[in-house]
Design a binder for this molecule. Structure first.
Ligand code: ADP
Length: 244
């Protein structure tokens, strides 16, 4: 089977990643998390403990409302842990807030979301270039964007806008964008949720190739068992609790 992007030469980042480092290990211990809505409080996570080894590939599964996205946002530093322990690589997220949490996200994490989050008026290249400019003041955002489009097998679509791309191609642009900061951790929240089954498998092929070439840790949130089965390990959540 032809893998998307498999004709593309590995980028300098990929080669460097293979040689230079292994992804970030994740250590979660007794994590509780609540959301307040009006006067009520919803406990989204109950004493979650799990470990993901450096360079591991895990799936978080479970029904809607189980707490998967909450756990992913905490690991990604999008929200602050309220109670319990959470470490990613050398970062103790329990103690981070504000700018320090933002610096952790910028330096460590690449996010991929179900709805791609691309800007309609920008081309594939410009979408990645903009993210590169926001991530780092270093020049040559254009070259980085072109190299990442090559890595995700979309060089030929660089000047196309999202509206001119298929769902699978849009997700591949979004994956290229997630790599602008050369992350050691990729967090993908239902990355195939908007795709037909063939495009879904191709997007997973791509995430897995990036995971192995760059050596980064990969966490995929999904309610789709066929997607979850491809991970090295599955953690199932229900009603905010880990069932293992
Ligand atoms: P999943 O990703 O498994 O669908 P979530 O992590 O999104 O689950 O949600 C877990 C629980 O937390 C649900 O009961 C949900 O309604 C609640 N929740 C999530 N985000 C918020 C929020 N911002 N405000 C209030 N409740 C929330």
């Amino acid at each position: 089977m032809h893998l998307p992007g498999s004709d593309a030469a590995p980028s300098a980042h990929a080669v460097q990643g293979r040689v230079a480092r292994l992804g970030s290990a994740i250590h979660v211990e007794g994590l509780n998390h609540w959301y307040r809505s009006g006067r009520a409080s919803v406990q989204a996570l109950h004493r979650i403990s799990l470990d993901v080894p450096a360079g591991g590939y895990v799936a978080l599964t479970g029904p809607s409302g189980a707490g998967k996205s909450t756990l992913l946002s905490l690991i990604g530093g999008l929200e602050r842990p309220q109670q319990g322990g959470l470490r990613v690589g050398e970062h103790n997220l329990t103690g981070l807030r504000g700018d320090a949490l933002a610096a952790y996200r910028r330096g460590t994490v690449g996010f991929v979301f179900q709805h791609f989050g691309l800007l309609d008026l920008l081309s594939a290249r410009e979408n990645i270039e903009l993210a590169a400019a926001l991530a780092s003041p270093a020049p040559d955002h254009r070259r980085l964007a072109l190299s990442l489009l090559n890595e995700v097998g979309l060089s030929a679509r660089a000047e196309h806008r999202p509206g001119e791309l298929s769902g699978g191609e849009r997700q591949r642009v979004a994956i290229g964008r997630a790599l602008v900061n050369d992350p050691s951790l990729i967090l993908a929240d239902e990355p195939t949720g908007n795709l037909d089954s063939e495009s879904a498998m191709r997007v997973l092929d791509l995430l897995e190739r990036i995971h192995s070439e760059r050596g980064c840790t990969l966490v995929v949130v999904t309610h789709n068992e066929a997607v979850a089965e491809r991970a090295e390990r599955r953690h199932r959540l229900d009603d905010g609790r880990l069932l293992s």
